[in-house]
Ligand binder design. Structure first.
Ligand SMILES: [Zn+2]
Length: 384
């Protein structure tokens, strides 16, 4: 048994900064949070395993297990937070502030606070009666590369039957979301005096053709693919940023375009990349060695779980909400690769995530603890 209390746990986890950022001046280790979680779950009798991520010193995953064998329930979340906007927070992001039925602090809903809820829910359950294991996964770097979740997916060392990721969904079960790909196309031509086009190879003119082909692909995606669960059914393609050239009287030697694509379940990053390569092929043939395509980040696949599956059905009944598809990304596609039914379900609203004065509305406390206790009882504890 443990004497841990929800508010005290919240206070101590919010006080430990664990920002992840592609900006190295912001990026921090999550080790302190992982050590705190190791202590909490050890107190509950869990076997705790802490793993440093390959090639990412100072970034750790934690896996805590109670019960034997495969299957059972995985409760998962990320330990990192986004950076904060110092000028726009009216509260200290690392000091839990209780005010007006809200708990303010960085990570209160996205999503370090979820681990405090897990402990709060588990401490009153009789974990001596487990028939299936319960596992807790705490990952690193969800907000940047999803390296922690990717590592778990590639290790494949656990095989839960069900997984719940506690991102802030307003306690509405989420069963599907799109993925995300960020791509760059760089055209390298040859500069020259603008008075004679034969003096060079104009990268802007080639890019103009590239953009035409990308817009054709955008149209094809809309015509040929769709998933009615999403407000925007098709995989989207958005031209987001372009940079090239320096002077009207020089032939432009270099131009770079950044765009994103959002895969849907069944139309993954590999398929979209195939279509993209196919669309660009004529340009590669016409202008050999001028076009280079690179990922701005590793693709995040879409994710979907069976809406008729046991987990979605149970979560709908327990939460009182119908499962939804959403348009933000989580670690669900990677957790789903473990072969489990996977949902996203947690306290707080996504609209308050990544915002100054992030807060948890305290009205979520009781329903969240209730739902977590019901999930564990349903999937891990013997029925009388
Ligand atoms: Zn999150």
């Amino acid at each position: 048994m443990t004497s841990l209390k929800l508010l005290d746990m919240y206070r101590s986890i919010i006080a430990l900064p664990s920002i992840s950022s592609t900006e190295s001046s912001w990026d921090q280790s999550n080790e302190q949070v992982i050590r705190l979680l190791a202590d909490w779950f050890s107190q509950l009798g869990f076997a705790v395993e802490v793993t440093e991520l390959p090639d990412l010193p100072g970034k750790f995953n934690l896996l805590a297990t109670k019960g034997e064998g495969d299957g059972g329930l995985l409760l998962a979340g990320h330990t990192d937070t986004v950076p904060f906007d110092p000028g726009r927070w009216t509260k200290d992001p690392f000091k839990l502030t209780e005010e007006g039925n809200r708990l303010y602090g960085l990570g209160t809903i996205d999503m370090k606070g979820f681990f405090a809820f897990i402990v709060e829910a588990l401490k009153d359950l009789d974990l001596g009666k487990l028939t299936k294991p319960i596992r807790i996964l705490a990952t690193a770097d969800e907000e940047t590369t999803m390296a922690g979740a990717r590592a778990i997916a590639s290790a494949m060392s656990i095989k839960p039957d069900y997984a719940v990721i506690g991102e802030p969904t307003g306690l509405v079960p989420v069963m599907m979301h799109k993925g995300h790909m960020s791509e760059a196309i760089r055209i390298t031509g040859k500069s020259g005096h603008s008075s004679d086009p034969a003096n060079g190879i104009n990268a802007l003119e080639i890019m103009h053709q590239v953009m035409g082909r990308l817009l054709d692909l955008q149209r094809q995606l809309k015509e040929n693919y769709g998933n009615h669960h999403f407000k925007v059914p098709q995989p989207t393609l958005n031209l987001g940023h372009i940079n090239g050239g320096d002077s009207p009287n020089r032939i432009c030697a270099c131009c770079e375009l950044h765009f994103d694509m959002r895969p849907i379940p069944g139309v993954g990053p590999d398929e979209l990349l195939g279509l993209l390569h196919h669309a660009l092929e004529p340009i590669r043939e016409q202008y050999p060695k001028t076009l280079e395509l690179t990922h701005l980040h590793e693709p995040i696949p879409a994710y979907g779980t069976d809406p008729e599956g046991e987990l979605v059905q149970a979560a709908e009944a327990m939460s009182g909400h119908k499962a939804e598809a959403v348009n933000y990304c989580t670690e669900a596609p990677f957790i789903n690769q473990l072969g489990c039914q996977t949902i996203v379900l947690g306290p707080g609203h996504i609209a308050q995530a990544h915002q100054p004065d992030e807060y948890l509305d305290l009205s979520f406390v009781k329903p969240t603890v209730d739902v977590l206790q019901q999930l564990v009882s349903r999937f891990c504890i013997e029925k009388k």
